[in-house]
Design a protein around this ligand. Structure first.
Ligand code: NAD
Length: 293
């Protein structure tokens, strides 16, 4: 058992914390939202009056915050000034690569080991403890952090140095956003040309266009029973989150000087979708925009 601090107890952080408590860890928790704090207390954490108190006297501090500016602020203004020497720092938020590397460098300059450890698997994975963690940071920090990540996830991959967890996450989601659009275009075209969707699915899912967006998350109702299309596109993974990750991918592409025209098109299409539809629908609902309804 170890003592942990956890800052950011929202849709993801809340259930991740609950799994750490269930595994027998003593967790000091802080969030700006009183409701999130109440849920953490119910899960068995001890809540603190401020973020600084959650960082003191613990073996590791974990954060699960909305975006890069929150992570820069929480680490720059609080965590690095209050954590005890030797505390392991793990940021699980999905943020821009530049912020992840800047915060990692600040932490290293102050003598802390830090991991960027964004996740995929959504709130269902957070509750079930089956998240995938993509982890950037030094080998020694990974070795120290893995036992904690193993409690919250089932697939923990060390992707290299600081920031590489975020790189893996945005590359994956850029590919996913673009393939979902391509799959949607195929199914809508088949519909308009009179080809049965089940026939198209049976062929594509076992041939060269086979991919997760098609096989598992098919954007039209019917062929893939577990896909959100069968539940009126209840998320799942919201279009707003996909747009956030696509925008992060485009920022990183600019910084790296790499061409991502498909990623850019996907970002533009999800921005259009979110402006004109319910952005909290599952991202596969983009098929309806492509169909024109
Ligand atoms: P959320 O908005 O539900 O939770 C974020 C929490 O951070 C909120 O409770 C908020 O009050 C708190 N917070 C913000 N600033 C703070 C501060 N300065 N101090 C303390 N608490 C602060 O968001 P979420 O869905 O839990 O997502 C968290 C991160 O995980 C995001 O980066 C998101 O992109 C990523 N993510 C989310 C999902 C998902 O399905 N929800 C999936 C994968 C990754």
């Amino acid at each position: 058992m170890s003592k942990l601090g956890f800052i950011g107890l929202g849709n993801m952080g809340g259930p991740m914390l609950a799994n750490l408590v269930k595994a027998g860890h003593e967790v000091k928790a802080f969030d700006l939202s009183p409701e999130a704090m109440a849920r953490a207390a119910e899960a068995g954490a001890s809540t603190t009056n401020d973020a600084a108190s959650a960082c003191r006297g613990v073996d590791a501090v974990l954060t699960m915050l909305p975006a890069g500016p929150h992570v820069r602020a929480v680490y720059g203004e609080t965590v690095l000034d209050n954590a005890d020497e030797g505390t392991l720092l793990i940021d699980c938020s999905t943020i821009d690569v530049a912020s992840a590397r800047a915060v990692g460098e600040m932490a290293a300059a102050r003598g802390f080991e830090m991991l960027d450890a964004p996740v995929s698997g959504g709130t269902g994975g957070a509750e079930a403890g089956t998240l995938t963690f993509m982890v950037g940071g030094p080998d020694s920090a990974f070795a120290r952090g893995k036992p904690l990540l193993d409690i919250m996830g089932q697939n923990i991959v060390h992707t290299g140095g600081s920031g590489n967890g975020q790189v893996a996450k945005i590359c994956n989601n850029m590919i996913l956003g673009a393939t979902m659009i391509a799959v949607s275009e195929g199914f809508v075209m088949a519909e308009k040309l009179g080809l049965d969707k089940q026939k198209l699915y049976d062929i594509c899912s076992t041939s060269s266009s086979s991919c997760w967006a098609l096989n598992t998350y098919c954007p039209v109702p019917g062929p893939a029973p577990a896909s959100p299309a069968n539940r009126d596109y209840e998320a799942g993974f919201t279009a707003a989150m996909m747009l956030k990750d696509l925008r992060l991918s485009q920022g990183a592409a600019q910084d790296a000087g790499t061409a991502t025209p498909m990623g850019a098109a996907a970002a533009a299409m999800f921005a259009l979708f979110c402006n004109s539809n319910d952005e909290n629908l599952d991202f596969s609902a983009i098929v309806n925009m492509i169909r024109g309804n």
